[in-house]
Every structure is written in C-alpha cells, then in structure tokens.
Design a protein around this ligand. Structure first.
Ligand SMILES: Cc1cc2nc3c(=O)[nH]c(=O)nc-3n(C[C@H](O)[C@H](O)[C@H](O)COP(=O)(O)OP(=O)(O)OC[C@H]3O[C@@H](n4cnc5c(N)ncnc54)[C@H](O)[C@@H]3O)c2cc1C
Length: 406
C-alpha cells in the first residue's frame, strides 16, 4: 500500500492549487457577500478543464477519474472555503456523469460539451416540501402525451443553481426526479429527466424559481422551483420509464463522494487558520498554543482530519474501481460515499465551531471569515444531498444487511 499521490495526481493537484490561488482566493469572500459566482470565474474554470472533469473526452470533458476530481474539489474548497464555487464544481462532476451514463446520445451530444466549456451547468432537482429524505415519494408529475412529449408539473422545494444557469450563455438545467405513474408504487414509478431551464440561450416556458435567503454558501441561489406544464422531449429522459430511482441513487452516491473531498478542503483551511492563530495569539504572556486546553483540541482535530481525508480518497477510489475498472459493487460506492459525506461534513462543522472558539470574540465579526467556512459545511450536515440519518441508514444497510433495514 502506498499513500502517496502518483506524479500525475500530484501535478493535477499543484495545477489546480496554483489556479485557485490566482482565481478563487481573491474572489471567494466577494462571491459569498454578493451571493453570485461571476461568469469570469466559471469561464476560467472551464479553460483549465474544471467544468468537465469527469465527462468523457468524447463529449469535450477531461476523462478524469473521481479521485482526480476529488483532489481538485479539495483544492477549490481549501482556497474558497465559503464553498459555493466548490459546490458548483462538484455538481458538474456528478450529475453530468450520470447523464453521460444513462442519457440519450442526442442529449449528451447537445449538453455535455456545453458543460465542459463552462457555457452550461447541471444540478439536481429532487427535494420536495413533504420531505427530501424520502425520494421515493416525489410528487412532481411527468405525464407522457400522445405526441411522445412529456409534461412536467409540480414544485421542488430546495434546488440550487437556478440563477447560475440563467446567467450561463447556453443554459443548462437539472437532473429531475419525477413521478411517472401510481404514487403508491413509490420507487417503481419514478422517471428521471434532464430538464433544461435554458437551452441555446432561450429560457424554457413554464419554469420559475424563488430563491431562499441562504445564510452561508451563498452564490448558488437555492430556490423553490416551480414547473407549470413544462414540455420535455423524450430525448431528455434519462434511463428507462419508471426506472429512475436507482439511477438517481447513483448520482447521489457520486455527489456525496465529492462532498467528502469538498469538506476536507474546507476543514484543511480551518485547521490552518487555527494553527496560525494559536501560534501568534498571546494571552497571559504566552501564545495560546502553550495551553493544553487549546493544543489538545488541535491534536484531536488534526487526527480526525487525517482520517477523514483518507476516507474521502478511498470513497473516490471506490467509485473509480466500480465505474472505470468494473470492480466492486454499487453498494460499496453507496456505502463509502455516505461514509465520506457523514464523516467529512461533520468534521468540518465541528472543527469550524472549535476554531470560532479558539479565535475568541474576534470570530464573531464578519471581518474574520471563519464563520463562512463553518456555516458552509453546515449545509451538508442539515441535509444538502442527504441528511445525516439517511447516510447512516445507507451505511447500516450495507454493514448489517438490507433485509434488516428498510
Ligand atoms: C443549502 C442547501 C442546498 C440544497 N440544494 C438542493 C438541490 O440542489 N437539490 C435538491 O433536490 N435538494 C437540495 N437541498 C435539499 C436537501 O437535499 C434536503 O434538505 C435533504 O434531502 C433533507 O430533506 P429535508 O430537508 O426535507 O429533511 P426531511 O426529509 O424532512 O428530514 C428531516 C429530519 O428527519 C430525519 N429523517 C428523515 N427520515 C428519516 C428516517 N427514515 N430515519 C431517521 N431520520 C430520518 C432527517 O435526517 C432530518 O434530520 C438543499 C438543501 C440545502 C440545505
């Protein structure tokens, strides 16, 4: 076993780090304050291949592995720990990959090269007001008309990216999870679509959104998204009719794997701020690092961070083994992805809270940016891409046995 990155991975990490120092670091606080990711940042990300990392070169992407994508995600989060930019990136690593795997050739050729070029973005539209955790109960309707087109109606209650997509020159949309039959049949009547809100510069009729006011991780405009008889051509269906549930779960597995890496980057930034602070902040005539009440906390979190980082890399490696080498099972990918999100997100949040305390009163003012990283990671503890208990259910199912856990 060799824990070192190979030379290609090292090179990639260094290149992304250099890019982030130049492009992300000077802008991340402004993005968070403005609540908007500048077009220029996305264009520059696309220029260096960061908008189509896991998309095949056949569709203009980088053919990157999930481990490579995770290394880049860690850097984007470390250099922009308010996370909007890293989250926008991780969505492009996950959901377009699923569209590439299960979408129609026509839709893939149309949309994936636009994502890789930074002209379009794709997110996930799953959560509804009656409970995001129960994906098998979605109510947004997809009805097939006589002419073969689908009509989509209903409401998703928390969906990121609408304003980002609206500002994209070409457009983009969401991997939409919809109900295509008897709701009583739960996961057996779910069909997925690539629902484009904007296509070739033109907004799709019948889609509107109303952003929530996010207190952190601003820049993604998480919104209520409403569909009023939106016409969707069958070429944008992803996978079989009524076969959408399993495909959607694959997307969540990959997104959670990437979230692990994002939260590691965020935690690394927090850890560095803590170490810097305890070395320089003097109270009672000594740097506060000299007090074990402080230094032992750093030791505990440094140990947890090391473990989380290894777990995050292993989750990405597990996804690569399954998707690139055909080794292992989807259950492995689901378990490791859930574990990575569970451990890495809670570590970033717990560390963020501790660093707030280590900074003392200075942490409580906007001039000290620790709160931005802490609260950004919090989005992943409260629910984004799967609430903590749901991740535990997935892990428990794989560890104990599906026959014991519903
Ligand atoms: C910042 C942010 C961005 C988001 N972006 C998106 C997006 O782009 N697209 C999208 O579709 N969604 C998005 N979401 C929504 C997110 O996916 C949901 O919050 C998440 O799935 C949980 O759903 P819920 O909030 O409705 O909580 P609920 O499902 O109502 O759950 C509430 C609580 O009950 C617990 N719980 C539920 N069921 C069980 C059970 N069986 N056993 C034990 N405990 C249980 C949960 O763990 C949770 O603590 C976003 C959320 C946030 C905060």
């Amino acid at each position: 076993m060799d824990f070192r990155l190979n030379s290609e991975q090292q090179l990639l990490r260094d290149k992304v780090s250099e890019f982030c120092k130049r492009v992300i670091e000077p802008k991340w606080i402004e993005v968070d304050d403005k609540g908007e990711i500048d077009r220029e940042i996305i264009e520059k990300m696309a220029e260096v291949g960061l908008m189509g990392m896991t998309i095949s070169s056949e569709y203009g992407g980088q053919d990157g592995s999930f481990l490579e994508a995770a290394l880049a995600a860690e850097q984007l989060a470390y250099h922009g720990p308010a996370l909007s930019i890293a989250v926008m990136y991780l969505l492009q690593c996950s959901w377009p990959y699923i569209i590439q795997r299960y979408g129609s050739e026509e839709a893939k050729q149309e949309v994936l090269p636009r994502v890789a070029a930074g002209e379009a973005a794709v997110g996930i539209a799953s959560t509804e007001a009656h409970g995001g955790s129960d994906v098998s109960s979605v109510q947004v309707r997809a009805e097939k008309r006589g002419d073969g087109k689908w009509l989509i109606s209903g409401e998703k209650s928390m969906v990121s990216l609408p304003s980002v997509i609206e500002r994209m020159p070409w457009g983009g949309g969401w991997f939409l999870i919809a109900r295509s039959g008897d709701p009583g049949l739960k996961h057996r009547t779910i069909t997925d679509f690539l629902l484009l809100m904007k296509r070739n510069g033109v907004l799709t009729k019948g889609i509107s959104y109303k952003p929530w006011t996010e207190f952190a991780r601003r820049g993604l405009d998480t919104s209520v998204l409403t569909f009023q008889n939106v016409e969707v051509d069958d070429v944008y269906r992803v996978g079989e009719v009524n076969g959408g549930f399993k495909i959607a779960m694959e997307g969540f597995n990959l997104a959670r794997t990437m979230i692990g890496a994002v939260c590691v980057g965020c935690a690394e930034w927090l850890m560095e701020r803590a170490v810097e602070w305890v070395r320089t902040r003097k109270v009672f005539g000594k740097p506060i690092a000299a007090y074990q009440g402080v230094s032992f906390k750093i030791a505990e979190f440094a140990s947890a961070l090391e473990a989380a980082k290894l777990l995050s890399y292993k989750a990405a490696w597990t996804a690569d083994r399954y998707y690139r080498d055909g080794v292992g099972t989807l259950g492995d990918v689901a378990k490791l992805g859930a574990m990575a999100k569970l451990r890495c997100a809670s570590l970033a949040v717990d560390l963020g809270e501790e660093v707030m305390k280590i900074y003392g009163g200075a942490s409580y003012f906007k001039e000290t940016p620790i709160f931005r990283a802490w609260l950004a990671a919090f989005s992943y503890v409260v629910g984004a891409e799967g609430a903590e208990n749901i991740l535990k259910l997935i892990v428990a199912r794989e560890v104990i046995g599906r026959e014991f856990i519903e």
